[in-house]
Write a protein that binds this ligand. Structure first.
Ligand SMILES: [Ca+2]
Ligand SMILES: [Ca+2]
Ligand SMILES: [Ca+2]
Length: 274
């Protein structure tokens, strides 16, 4: 029964952001021996030292000591994730933290990019927490100063399979995102002389992260906030300019760059067609 449900789960996974347009064939052996969740949470996060060649060998065991003596196990690939956020992000492989923005969100103009490498097997399930800086639940920054403002966000990422050098996932409209912190709910708050969180016009909406949202089988059918924004609107800078972005990678956020302050995004990456 477990076996059947795992297979059904794997088959039901749809391509999320970018990447392959079709669901690639899924090795049955892998699906029955390791669930996507287990595979995701057991994958190492440290920067791998193995050569890229290791990742390309189909008959390379996933890890030494694995009980299985089969030779057709799923190949482990090394992936490189590039990401830039205004102002902060954290990226997870399943529930395992891959990289957290190294610059505190409290740092003014924290527009750095991050690049990290990790090993994993397809299909990958990536999760992102994105945050625009806010001083408090009014959603404002520079409160009490002449430039008191809502502040805006923006996020872009690309995932490269280092065994081929191909970009296999990008941020785009296919990501599944939801907004969990929105403020102010009335933009008139921005010009209040004494903005108070929770008092009109500075009311806010703040939700907890849904239970299990990082799991590959989480139902994200309602996660439709994903919005592509132009570079003109986001005005990415600093670390953004240090990454060579694939032409398909787009700047995303919730529908409102200013009032959407914390966003969760889910991305499933299927094996590319060979
Ligand atoms: Ca940052
Ligand atoms: Ca910002
Ligand atoms: Ca904001």
């Amino acid at each position: 029964m477990k076996k059947i449900s795992v297979i059904a789960l794997v088959l039901s996974l749809l391509v999320a952001c970018g990447g392959a347009d079709e669901v690639a064939s899924i090795p049955g052996e892998a699906a029955t021996s390791v669930s996507p969740t287990e595979a995701a949470t057991s994958a190492p996060t440290a920067v791998p030292t193995a050569s890229e060649a290791d990742a390309t060998l189909v008959d390379t065991p996933i890890e030494a000591g694995t009980a299985s003596t089969e030779t057709d196990t799923v190949a482990t690939s090394t992936f490189q994730l590039d990401a830039w956020a205004d102002n902060w992000f954290a990226a997870y492989l399943g529930e395992e933290l891959l990289v957290e923005d190294s610059v505190s969100i409290e740092t003014e103009r924290s527009f750095n990019a991050e690049t990290t490498s990790f090993e994993a097997n397809y299909p990958l399930h990536l999760n992102f927490i994105l945050k625009d800086f806010k001083e408090n639940d009014t959603g404002l920054e520079y409160i009490g100063e002449p430039n008191q403002q809502m502040g805006d966000g923006g996020f872009i990422m690309q995932l490269t399979d280092m065994s081929t050098g191909n970009v296999v996932a990008v941020s785009n409209a296919d990501c599944d995102c939801m907004v969990i912190h929105e403020a102010p709910l009335d933009k008139a708050c921005e010009s209040e002389s004494n903005p108070l969180a929770g008092t009109a016009p500075c009311e806010f909406s703040d939700s907890d992260e849904p239970n299990g949202w990082k799991l590959s089988d989480f139902d994200d059918s309602g996660w439709t906030a994903t919005t592509v924004h132009s570079a003109d609107a986001v005005q990415p800078r600093d670390g953004y300019d240090e990454i060579e972005w694939d032409a398909s990678a787009e700047l995303i956020w919730g529908p409102d760059l200013e009032t959407n302050n914390t966003i969760l995004c889910r991305v499933t990456v299927e094996a590319p067609d060979s």
